[in-house]
Design a binder for this molecule. Sequence first.
Ligand code: TRP
Length: 449
Amino acid sequence: MQMGGGSRETWGSKVGFILAAAGSAIGLGNIWRFPYVLGESGGFAFLMIYIACVILIGMPIMGAEMVIGRGSGRNPVGAFRVLLPGSPWWLAGAIGVITGVLILAYYTVVAGWTLAYLYESITGLVNTFNTPEAAQHAFDDFVVNSGKVVFFHFLFALLCILVVSQGVKGGIERWSKVLMPTLFLLLLLLIGRSLTLPGAGEGMKFLFEPDFSKISGEVVLVAMGQAFYSLSLGMGVMITYGSYLDKKSDLFGSTATVATLDMSIAILAGIAIFPAVFAMGLEPASGAGLTYVALPLVFSKLPFGAVLSSIFFLLLTIAALTSAISLLEVMVSFATDELKWVRSRATIIMAALAFLLGVPVALSFGVWSDVKVFGLNFFDLYDYLTANILLPLGGILIALFAGWAWRKGVKEEMLQGTKMGRLYGVWIWAIRIFAPLAVGIILVTNLIG
Ligand code: TRP
């Protein structure tokens, strides 16, 4: 079997890869999920545990994914097969692909909310709230409107097809290079506005004032899940993106850059949102609607609010798009490598699958809000199952594979193209012992306890 897959596409440039990988990592996870889970988990303590998880667990595992991807030149299922033929390790990749379908399914729903809010911002509707209750009602009324939610969910799935069907270099890379810098500028603009609101200081305190009384086993699990989710780890995105890398690129350097960018954007999003939450007298623990309630309320009170609001939801749509396409690309690379489908067919079928699986999620705030599995509605079920269980589990398997199972070649592959080879000794023990043990303990204590 030929390593690297012969005619496989590669990234056009180093920056292109970094922006695509950062584009995957930076998404709704940073701007929508991070603030609301942080708000529910008490602020500062969560932030500290999250940062520790990113550095100690997330970065080593991201390196492991990239090295598996580049070493094999394959999708997550094929990667394990190429590196260790005849072993059952490909199942780890298969779990990853399935996890990806589930994440994409509910991700496109929330991205659909974003598109809907973008539309309503442009038409001026989001910009008319006088009270926190009005903004909350608007969100509550919107998510129960199943027809509308499904329509925008569908529209977003179409956008993903549009990008991914254009391929790696001409689609994913080209779009990421434009979209990511735009996003960063828009976020800075928002922070400037949010920090100058009267009462903004309370929000900064919530984020940055030391308070360790809120730490619990559950907070640690949720912070770790958020780290996996935000870094796009544990299901093979970085394996897939790594498989399009050439041997000259630096895996240590890329990991450090992508993880640092991702963490910075999450913290910046917190700085944009919490001052606004407190300035407007909202409840930080109000759940999945936080971003969609807090910011429109701020915009309503500002000159040019409709413009700012449109900018913000455009930003969020962009962030969601560069992440969703990475999830879709995992499934598409699986279908083109393993099932030998052509790209366009793979893209349409896989996106359709995710769209259909997302419909119950889209309905779970409306007509199906009473349908519960394990006491959770479909939205919470998909989210909890993927972020807090399947991604950490995938992370353990990936770390153990790179650390123990794939004996020959991992060191050589990891050192190719890097000037930071001295880090190898730290990295290999992080993925052999520390990361699997830490993730395992956090998972087991929470699932049993
Ligand atoms: N990281 C993205 C975000 O923060 C979401 C995402 C994209 C993702 N690909 C993933 C999450 C793979 C987990 C696994 O929004």
